[in-house]
Design a protein. Structure first.
Length: 286
């Protein structure tokens, strides 16, 4: 069972949700449920994606949400993790800041239906999807279809670089996300410059021919901001100037992407791709 993201049908859009197993919570296996979202032209979707856990997807997602909210935009954040970290962050957000609507696909109350929990409020301008770990390759097309921006955080370790190479193969060959569309951006996350891991990561990213939209250091400012329910952009500049400056390349790329109209190819539904083609790409000596 999957919920679709980005398919425009009779003025409505549908949004995907997965649990860690790849199935939406609270719905029987094998059934397809659709979530109605107002399909106005101004709704923009941002997917933060990496099937490998622990790479900083939630941190990146909440700071993207915080950036847009700090500009006074109407933002919704979809949390697909059973731990609910993104939703807790939304709940801790100070009342004097622009509110962010939190949505979760995990957990349930007896008197609340799944479709009601995932309803995006009218007037929402931006939907950020904090994707789950373990998304199977054949679901990536549904997850990325109709997204204005796809952001992939990658850590500077051999295990993470190997996982990222497989993900790129799946995105390009299975989900059919085009490099030329410019929708796909990679963030080198939690880096420590002048280390062997950092140099290997940058060498790998350089060979991808995919935009490296930002390099973020391993900083306690992200921890402190998350605990306070705010983003790195909402910390005092005197405290977080270096981290805020590092975000400028990401936010500039994001602003350009959100102002770019999607094409029919960006709603592409992938066909079956041979495992051999994926394996050949993933085993390319980056």
């Amino acid at each position: 069972m999957r919920l679709r993201l980005g398919a425009v049908m009779d003025g409505w859009q549908t949004v995907p949700a997965w649990s860690r197993t790849g199935l939406a919570t609270g719905v029987e296996r094998g059934r397809r449920m659709q979530l109605n979202v107002p399909g106005h032209r101004h709704l923009r979707k941002i997917v933060v994606l990496n099937p490998k856990g622990g790479c900083g997807k939630t941190t990146l997602a909440i700071n993207v949400a915080g950036y847009l909210a700090s500009k006074g935009k109407a933002v919704a954040l979809m949390d697909t993790d059973p731990q609910g970290s993104a939703v807790r962050w939304v709940q801790n957000r100070p009342k004097n800041l622009t509110p962010i609507h939190g949505m979760t696909v995990c957990g349930s109350k007896a008197n609340v239906t799944q479709s009601f929990k995932l309803r995006v409020p009218l007037g929402t301008e931006f939907l950020i999807v904090d994707s789950p770990a373990g998304v199977p390759a054949h679901d990536l097309g549904e997850l990325t279809s109709g997204a204005h921006a796809i952001i992939v955080p990658v850590l500077p370790s051999g295990i993470d670089v190997h996982a990222a190479s497989r993900l790129m193969a799946d995105l390009l060959l299975v989900a059919r996300v085009s490099r030329r569309s410019g929708r796909l951006g990679v963030v080198a996350n939690r880096v420590r410059e002048n280390t062997l891991g950092y140099r290997r990561l940058m060498s790998f990213l350089d060979r991808l021919s995919i935009s490296v939209i930002g390099i973020l250091r391993d900083s306690q400012n992200y921890v402190h901001a998350a605990e306070a329910g705010i983003s790195i952009h909402e910390l005092p500049p005197s405290r977080a100037r270096k981290d805020q400056l590092a975000w400028r390349t990401i936010t500039r790329w994001l602003d350009r992407r959100l102002d770019t109209q999607l094409t029919s190819r960006d709603f592409h539904r992938p066909e079956v791709v041979s495992n051999r083609a994926i394996r050949q790409f993933a085993e390319y000596p980056f």
